[in-house]
Ligand binder design. Sequence first.
Ligand code: HEM
Length: 251
Amino acid sequence: MNKKNIIKFTLDIAMAILFITFFNKNLVSFKFHIIGGYVFAGFILWHMYLNRKWIINISKRLFDKKIKLRVKISYILSFILLISIFSIIASGVLMMKAQTYDRVMFWKMLHFGASYLSIALIGIHIGLYWNFIMNMFKKIFKIKQSNSVGKILVNASVIVVLIFGIYTTYKKEYFKQVANTLTYVVQHIEPQDLEQPEGNNYQKEYATFVDLATTYGSIISIFGIATYYGDKAIKERNKSKINKNNNKKVA
Ligand code: HEM
């Protein structure tokens, strides 16, 4: 396997691990959260640099009819993810600089809302590139063709992750969190005269990296699995349509 692909794969894994750590600001230390955020931004730029050929090519041909809809959707979603991540970082900085309770809350809700939204976008991004990730994985660990036992194990793992992910998404009220935080942002774009409520000392529960990885990793997986199988079903339907058309022509 070439060196560039190894770097790409390692960088993607490092980004996924770092992203998960952000969901408890005191997991390592708050300083780690902030510096990690800047490092993550650097990793994204590096990830884009490594994939620059694809980015430049699709940017030039986005309105070209020959480019598949799947590729265009993937490009637009990646762009929204990029904006979302940079909003997280900008709002993190602005939250700490804000002078009024109203602005602190505005930036905080943007920081949280964009973080929750990025979970879904990262899941979809992973789902769309799952074949590349799996090919890298197989090459690195020298796995040849998956046998039937391997396939059963993979399917069983997908079902377990899916069930756990649905449960976590429900328990953590994921969609409600996304909607509430982003609605707050939209409603508070204009500064308002807000008083800080008293006794609002919310303490976040203690969480280890494993807690965060299982919780947020499983929510990311829900989006990844849905995207991967949805994409696969569409590809197969298109393939069978082409085959049918070809058969008709021959007949
Ligand atoms: C992609 C990078 C980042 C992500 C995904 C992210 C996400 C989050 C999340 C989910 C929380 C809530 C965690 C908790 O309640 O324990 C949080 C808290 C916070 N983050 Fe970030 N963050 C990122 C980078 C940054 C950066 C670069 C800064 C500042 C320069 C920052 C500043 C803060 C602050 C001040 C809080 C505490 C808010 C509070 O509870 O009062 N974050 N971040």
